[in-house]
Design a protein around this ligand. Structure first.
Ligand code: UD1
Length: 416
């Protein structure tokens, strides 16, 4: 199995281009199911999760072709509207096929996602929304089975803000008869990016980016040519890594307008951050000060950056409180960071991170995608060698990370 070896202690320095957003690309790929005409998608990151999603679509009968510029998807002849267990268990986002399949083909069978490394993560709100639109939904042999002759517009209130839930229902509503109102909708930039793609396909959507999304269903959607937004979590991870190592980096093609919560906290930590157009420059001239964060739905501080900020706080001056409000079991990285010498206590959903003067390399294990990113950051700071096991978690969300960090001066290599 592949591992990542890092010899820490080098301040990151240089320029890096931010890749396309994984969490925007995944729903946009499933949007191809909504139309019989081809969808061309550019700026799709080359990641394991993206490959899994393409495999899933191909199993349903979607033709997919990838070239230098992007991916062409043709869902004119879908033969099997099923998302099987083997694929859903490796990637929960497969549940995004549920809404489009039900809306366009009147039927979907999607394996019920189980628990995952970061918590239980139910999909009850996806199901409740489809039922409100008139689908008959049953759970049978571990599969969600949804049927509807044609979905009907409805008012759907989601009592928890759910990103993929909002996306699933927005896609379903695009082909429903009449108007759907999604209340307490997720405002994440990736939801907005999906809405823009759907609008390019002919959907009638307004209110995306607010907590009330209104969708006027249409009979059919067209193909389109769409470019996926840049990845704010990847951008945030590079910035946190630069700050933790006392470095100085420039991000290009960055989704600057969606980085406010992250940049705000980096400034609080003492970083000098300047933005202009789609470029972000960060310099960390001193040891970071500890920064407390509390995760929240957008525009709050993203749960997908919580682990990376714990890593930054591990070597900062002072004590930080990091509170996780979205997922109930998202501190798996803490015990691995302790192996590098971090001083962290957990009480309920808050981690108390006491900054230490130095971390020391050790062998650690990645437990989920963002946990693995925090281990990379800690490894970049630690003295001596850090070896990270199970980096397939990292490959789900970061493209050629060792090459790109290597170009910023990091001593990092993939080893077998
Ligand atoms: C998405 C992101 C993930 C991010 C998360 C929160 C993708 C592919 N993944 O995941 O990277 O960490 O948003 O920003 O975009 N919930 C319910 N019932 C439901 C659905 C969700 O109770 O039917 C709860 C979840 O258990 C969780 C909270 O809602 O506590 C938010 O989860 P949700 O926004 O749905 O996360 P995902 O869309 O799975």
């Amino acid at each position: 199995m592949q591992k990542l070896s890092i010899h820490g202690g080098v301040p990151l320095s240089g320029e890096v281009r931010v890749a396309g957003a994984k969490n925007a690309a995944l729903p946009i790929l499933t949007a191809a199911l909504l139309s019989a005409s081809p969808l061309r998608i550019a700026n799709v990151p080359n990641l394991n999760d993206v490959r899994t999603m393409i495999q899933l679509l191909q199993r349903m009968g979607v033709k997919a072709r990838r070239d230098q510029r992007g991916i062409d998807l043709d869902a004119s002849s879908v033969t099997d509207p099923v998302a099987p267990y083997e694929l859903v268990k490796t990637m929960r986002a497969s549940v995004l096929a549920l809404g489009p399949l039900t809306a366009r083909f009147g039927e979907a069978r999607v394996s019920l996602p189980g628990g995952c490394a970061i918590g239980e993560r139910p999909v009850d709100l996806h199901i409740k929304g489809l039922e409100a639109m008139g689908a008959e939904v049953s759970i049978d042999a571990g599969y969600i089975h949804a049927r509807a002759k044609r979905l009907k517009g409805a008012r759907v209130f989601m009592d928890t803000v759910t990103v993929t839930g909002t996306e699933n229902l927005m896609m379903a509503a695009s082909l429903a008869e009449g108007e759907t109102v999604l209340e307490n909708a997720a405002r994440e930039p990736e939801v907005v990016d999906l809405a823009r793609c759907l609008i390019a396909m002919g959907a009638r959507i307004r209110g995306h980016g607010t907590d009330e999304i209104v969708v006027e269903g249409v009979e059919r959607l067209n193909g389109a040519d769409y470019t996926v937004m840049a990845d704010r979590i990847e951008a945030g991870t590079f910035l946190a890594a630069a700050a933790a190592t006392g470095g100085s980096v420039t991000l290009t093609h960055a989704p600057v307008e969606s980085l406010d919560a992250i940049i705000d906290k980096l400034r609080e930590a003492g970083a000098e951050v300047k933005t202009s157009g789609d470029t972000v420059r960060l310099a960390m001239p001193r040891r970071a000060r500890s920064v407390s964060v509390r995760t929240a739905p957008y525009p709050g501080f993203p749960t997908d950056m919580q682990a990376q900020f714990i890593a930054l706080n591990c070597v900062a001056e002072g004590t930080a409180f990091v509170t996780e409000t979205i997922f109930e079991n998202r501190f798996m990285h803490v015990q691995e960071l302790r192996r590098l010498g971090a001083r962290i206590e957990i009480e309920g959903n808050t981690a108390f991170v006491h900054g230490v003067d130095r971390l020391a390399g050790a062998r650690v294990m990645a437990t989920d995608l963002r946990a693995s990113a925090s281990l990379v950051i800690a490894g970049l700071v630690a003295e001596g060698e850090t070896v990270i096991d199970r980096i397939y978690h990292l490959d789900r969300g970061y493209e050629r990370i060792e090459e790109r960090l290597g170009r910023l001066g990091a001593r990092i290599a993939r080893v077998s």
